[in-house]
Design a protein around this ligand. Structure first.
Ligand SMILES: Nc1ncnc2c1ncn2[C@@H]1O[C@H](COP(=O)(O)OP(=O)(O)OP(=O)(O)O)[C@@H](O)[C@H]1O
Length: 275
């Protein structure tokens, strides 16, 4: 068996990212330092941490959009050089092109890969159905609600059938009910396909409800994992119901014990930056 078959979907080894400070160009800011983190094939891992600690930075490294200053990132054993072709990326921001219909937005990635238009549109329709937008293929983004646009973005990511799904607070802009629906739908789709997921969130409840593992990052600078919790809650889960179970509450308490101080540090730093 080759290394590619046995290797983790994502493997960060000693990853550090240093930026030139936005405020003072002569200064450097090390956002993350010496990060070791693995996501196994088919595993759902969430990363939580205080605001500005470097969560998106790590996701950008995994996507191949940012080269680490030191350390390595591998996907299924292969070094990530340039854009990570094994990964699909779902951002917090809107990813739909306003001039394309939902169908053509979902089909776009396939078209760029050279799939003939009719075939790309057929696959797009199939994914729109799976995310509950079967009859909305002809709508333009401005004709859809925020929740519908998120569904279309999810279809846009999943239609490419990536082995790794990178998600940066994908549902944070949604109202709580729509958010829970989307979280359950994502879990449902994930359960069937079992792709590796690296999920970034501010919301510890969401992280525990969704994940196999929750990794806690320290406050920056030089942020790094300070806790790694296995979420041994049986699946399938309903994200709303699971939050009322004793095991969830125990895990929440244990993780919050580690996270609380870092959140306070992160908050103080933000105030200092503003002040
Ligand atoms: N391109 C860049 N140039 C300079 N500094 C950067 C750059 N990208 C990120 N940073 C800094 O690195 C730190 C980590 O940023 P990042 O966006 O990864 O944090 P985050 O944990 O995702 O934040 P949030 O929780 O607020 O979304 C921040 O202090 C940010 O200002």
């Amino acid at each position: 068996m080759t290394r590619a078959h046995t290797a983790a979907a994502l493997e960060f080894r000693g990853v550090s990212c240093t930026f030139v400070s936005r405020d003072a160009p002569a200064q450097r800011y090390t956002a993350v330092r010496d990060v070791d983190l693995t996501v196994a094939a088919g595993e759902f891992v969430s990363v939580v941490g205080p605001t500005g600690c470097g969560k998106s930075t790590l996701l950008n490294v995994a996507a191949g959009l940012l080269m680490p200053s030191t350390g390595t990132i591998r996907a299924f054993g292969e070094p990530v050089v340039g854009v990570n072709r094994r990964a699909g990326y779902m951002f917090q921001a809107e990813s739909l092109m306003p001039w394309r219909t939902a169908r053509d937005n979902v089909a776009a990635g396939l078209e760029f890969r050279g799939v003939p238009l009719a075939e790309a549109r057929a696959q797009a329709d199939d994914w729109l159905r799976r995310v509950g937008l079967g009859s909305f293929g002809d709508r333009y983004p401005h004709q859809m609600s925020g929740g519908m646009r998120k569904r279309a973005s999810l279809a846009q990511t999943l239609v490419l059938d990536p082995d790794i799904i990178l998600m940066d607070e994908p549902f944070s802009a949604l109202d709580i009910q729509t958010r829970q629906l989307m979280e359950n739908e994502l879990l449902d789709l994930w359960q069937r396909k079992k792709k590796a997921v690296l999920f970034i969130t501010h919301d510890l409840d969401e992280a525990i409800a969704m994940s196999d593992r929750v990794v806690v990052l320290s406050a920056g600078p030089g942020s790094h994992p300070i806790g790694d919790f296995s979420i041994d809650i049986p699946r399938p889960r309903d994200v709303a119901e699971v939050k009322m179970t004793p095991r969830f509450i125990d895990l929440h308490r244990a993780i919050w014990d580690v996270l609380r101080e870092e959140v306070l540090k992160g908050y103080t730093q933000q105030l200092q930056k503003v002040g």
